[in-house]
Design a protein around this ligand. Structure first.
Ligand code: SAM
Length: 246
């Protein structure tokens, strides 16, 4: 079976995405480690290093869009000073529930706000955040152009945006190994560990359909970001894009 992703409308796409993350929410963190061989941790730490989090009490409000189980938000709270506040924003209540639980368990509940909604229309005033992140989230959003414009709007002037996402493997030879790994091994691992291969077929397909890094950089410029740049990680398996609201 197959999600038939090519033929679904934008509205239907969100429905498919939601059912995928509802099914995997409780196993999401484990699956991330297994499927990326732990690499997602290195990429996420690299993003945190770029955030410029204050050590001291200076106010720093981070909006983590598609924040899911809280990986980026919690890392930011651990790294930043007591003025660091995180808004964990996601469309999926099951993912947010895991994020809320982790925030409480790790003692950050008073500096985490959990908000449910779609990235295509953010329920925040313009200029509300010093930084906005979206990590392995943008490819799930049906209308990426709307989401990018919204993430720019809610930044303070001088604020910075980061998008961590799977990208285009650009090393000859490795691209074929990567294809074999993702199309065959990933759904099988999903079947084995999570008892369900289907969500992982969706995952692999959505990675293939995501724009190559230069195209994403162009989309960011069109959405209003300045000084757009990106860094490929692990031969292009992932990339970190950044832009400023000036
Ligand atoms: N950011 C986390 C991380 O890096 O581990 C979670 C990423 S997870 C692969 C993708 C997340 O995007 C899911 O939690 C999903 O619910 C969320 N999502 C999908 N569509 C969304 C939308 N339209 N608006 C906001 N979040 C969305």
């Amino acid at each position: 079976t197959h999600f038939g992703f090519e033929s679904v409308s934008l509205g239907e796409k969100q429905g498919l995405v939601n059912s995928v993350f509802e099914r995997v929410a409780s196993r999401y963190d484990v699956m991330n480690d297994v499927m990326s061989g732990g690499l997602h941790r290195l990429w996420k730490n690299a993003l945190i290093n770029e955030l410029g989090l204050p050590r001291g009490a200076r106010r720093f409000r981070l909006l983590d869009v598609a924040g899911g189980t809280g990986d980026i938000g919690l890392r930011a709270l651990k790294r930043g000073g007591p003025g660091t506040h995180v808004t964990l924003f996601d469309i999926n209540p099951a993912m947010l529930e895991v994020g809320r639980g982790r925030s409480e368990k790790e003692g950050y509940a008073d500096r985490v706000e959990v908000v449910e909604g779609t990235a295509e229309s953010l329920p925040f005033a313009s200029g509300s955040f010093e930084a906005v992140t979206i990590s392995f989230g943008l490819r799930n959003v049906p209308r990426m152009d709307l989401a990018l414009a919204e993430m720019c709007r809610v930044l303070v002037p001088g604020g910075r945006f980061f998008c961590l996402e799977f990208s285009t493997v650009d090393v000859p030879g490795l691209d074929r190994i990567y294809d074999a790994y993702s199309f065959k091994a990933i759904p099988r691992l999903g079947q084995l560990i999570a008892g369900d291969g289907e969500p992982y077929r969706y995952l692999v397909e959505s990675i293939r359909r995501f724009p190559p890094p230069d195209d994403l950089a162009d989309m960011m410029r069109k959405a209003g970001f300045s000084r757009v740049s990106y860094t490929p990680f692990t031969a292009g398996v992932a990339a970190l894009h950044s832009g400023w609201r000036l």
